[in-house]
Design a protein. Sequence first.
Length: 127
Amino acid sequence: MKASSRVLTCAFALAAFPALSQEVPNRLPNFNGGQRVPGTVNVQTTVSLSVPVEAGKETGEQIKAAQKGFYLMAGGQCDLILQTLAESCQITNLTSSADLNRGSRNDIIVRGTVSMAVKLKDSAQKP
């Protein structure tokens, strides 16, 4: 009985090798319904914000304030791009997470990614 289960296990393992050697399809999400916005390039920026926790204040309110600061920074990314290299910019996706770190240094960390569809300026228009 032991020998037959070992043989069967080896047979299943050997049968799996061809499947493992096949190319895995790219499963990265496309946030524009499978379509790239015509005439634009995709720009992705990662933003991270760390705020110290103030003793005596409601932690939940401090987390909300840190998240608001993150969203203000994220929303300003298109403004920065418009000032430098783009004639139009649209946020297509936004992710964020907030963590409360306790220890020697209590702080709130909010981080996330901003994805934008950007239409670049002509080279003659660039500053």
